[in-house]
Write a protein that binds this ligand. Sequence first.
Ligand code: MRU
Length: 317
Amino acid sequence: MTEHGIPPTIEWCGDRVRLIDQRRLPATLDFIECRTVDQLCEAITAMAVRGAPALGAAGAMGVALASVRGDDVDAAAARLVATRPTAVNLAWGIQRTRSAEDPVAEAVRVAEEDVERNRAIGGHGASLIDDGARVMTHCNAGSLACVGYGTAIGVIRAAHEAGRRPSVWVNETRPVLQGARLTAWELARLGVPHRLVADVMAAGLMAGGEVDCIVVGADRIAANGDVVNKVGTYGLAVLANHHGVPFYVAAPKSTFDPNSPDGASVPIEQRAADEVTTVAGTRIAPDGTEVDNRAFDVTPAELITAYVTEDGVERAR
Ligand code: MRU
């Protein structure tokens, strides 16, 4: 069901997977259909679908695809899990579907439950947002990063729906610009007031007392509470700590990984150099420039004020 002009990010359509092609947003709301596991793997790698909970649903639907096509499910699962190593939800979605009697029904359930969970996260998290709060967010942890509703944006959205009048500082989120392209697109559809800022403005905004709290999502939360999320999140948490700004992490339980003891044990995806050397297809760095393009960083647990899950708010400090 499309809400506020935002369709489900990913859907099971009988014998194929239909997903929003997020590479084309905000210019065009376009869909692609994956009929094979290879097509779905390509869509994940190219970030046509991205965001931890959406990857969980994609993994689940990938296993469903393999099972309806009569493919080797183990081989399909191995290919799917290798597409993006950091978000633990991908492996979680694959595992859940693989161990189910009816993989298709289970994949559909994973998708349905995602939206219910995010509404619960939003409901709990809204209480953290004061009336008129200026909330900063990084990357896109909205409907587009999930099947629907969103986690960090879900918290802001629930506060907006409850009449708390939040406004949002949207960090553009170099290099892939999920903030500028996706979060700004979603917030416009939701009617939530927001302003897009270059990532490098965060320090000045916090120093000026213009940020009341920060809410982000997570790709993996280690057993000790360290949060692995979009690169740049750690810097924001350090700044928030310095300026006394509460730093909240909103994520479903499927993002918590008891098998990763701490953030340092989580694999950090290294992505292609051209994400950094080009902007919107135009090269900005000299040919031959070496690049380090780590897509995620680790925020130590001690910098986090509270975790918001479908079960409630857990204050860390
Ligand atoms: O590289 P991406 O766009 O998949 O990274 C997404 C993020 O870092 C999100 O903050 C995270 O997955 C949480 S989404 C609810």
